[in-house]
Write a protein that binds this ligand. Structure first.
Ligand SMILES: C[S@@+](CC[C@H](N)C(=O)[O-])C[C@H]1O[C@@H](n2cnc3c(N)ncnc32)[C@H](O)[C@@H]1O
Length: 252
């Protein structure tokens, strides 16, 4: 398989920067490994994050809504919680762009917690702490490392339903953690858990903002989940015109 010229350019640079043999990197790419895992980094807004398998590679659609959210977070907001943090991309970019915010980040995968912590150091974000926890656990809200109430709650949870998971390209399925992708049979399991947390007493501040990435056809269903617990919602579109972010508000 011939690689596109721009990929070859990136691989040449990665080989030269780290003194690695170019042909080995090219072979890995020809075998279908994502370019970002071979290079080892991925830009996310102004940040350059480390990435490694099987932690999800941050996607451009995520970067888009996170930058938009940063512009809308009120200056009074102080504490953010990110659920299912992966590389830490969401809370690290928000803490970088909103200097008054300090961020907590959780992931069920200890390797993600390690990577997010490394990325905080790499990006010089000191107001950040990542820890291992399962937010589907009914007792998650009393986890000892949490410090509620939070003013901002973010998540790009696993949201791919089973039938779509089977159809994913090998480049995704063979390298990225299924726990980062599969959102239960309907794809909506994690949103129900987040909605329960959002309305738990004193978990969020009274005017908290909740921002969630959703699958390409899930905006309506996820909006309905949050409206069913009496939160006001709106949908934001991605650069390609698709509703990919649900914003829910605790306040009026
Ligand atoms: C779609 S990935 C998002 C990663 C990162 N936030 C991003 O946008 O690139 C979902 C993340 O949720 C984590 N996760 C899955 N189930 C979880 C659970 N029950 N509790 C905490 N984290 C979970 C996965 O390990 C994965 O890192």
């Amino acid at each position: 398989m011939r690689l596109p010229l721009r990929e070859l350019k990136w691989l040449r640079k990665a080989a030269a920067d780290a003194n690695r043999p170019l042909d080995a990197l090219v072979r890995r790419r020809q075998q279908g490994e994502p370019l970002q895992y071979i290079i080892g980094t991925q830009p996310f807004g102004p940040l350059e994050l480390s990435v490694r398998p099987p932690i999800l590679i941050p996607r451009p659609e995520t970067e888009h809504w996170v930058i938009e959210l940063a512009a809308r977070i009120p200056e009074s907001a102080r504490h953010l919680l990110d659920l299912g943090t992966g590389s830490g991309c969401i809370p690290l970019l928000l803490a970088h762009l909103c200097p008054a915010l300090s961020a907590h980040a959780v992931d069920v995968n200890p390797a993600a917690v390690t990577l997010a912590t490394e990325n905080a150091a790499r990006c010089s974000v000191t107001r950040f702490r990542a820890f291992q926890a399962n937010f589907l656990d009914p007792d998650f809200h009393v986890h000892a490392m949490l410090c509620p109430p939070y003013d901002v709650l973010t998540s790009n949870p696993p949201y791919i339903p089973w039938n779509e998971y089977l159809e994913l390209p090998d480049e995704v399925k063979n390298y990225e953690d299924p726990r980062a992708l599969f959102g239960g049979p309907s794809g909506l399991e994690f949103y129900h858990a987040i909605a329960r947390l959002a309305v738990r007493e004193r978990f969020l501040s009274s005017d908290a903002i909740i921002a969630l990435e959703v699958g390409h056809d899930q905006a309506e269903a996820v909006g309905a989940i949050f409206e069913s617990v009496s939160l006001r919602t709106e949908a934001w579109t991605d650069p390609w015109g698709k509703k990919r972010t649900i914003i829910a508000y605790r306040g009026t």
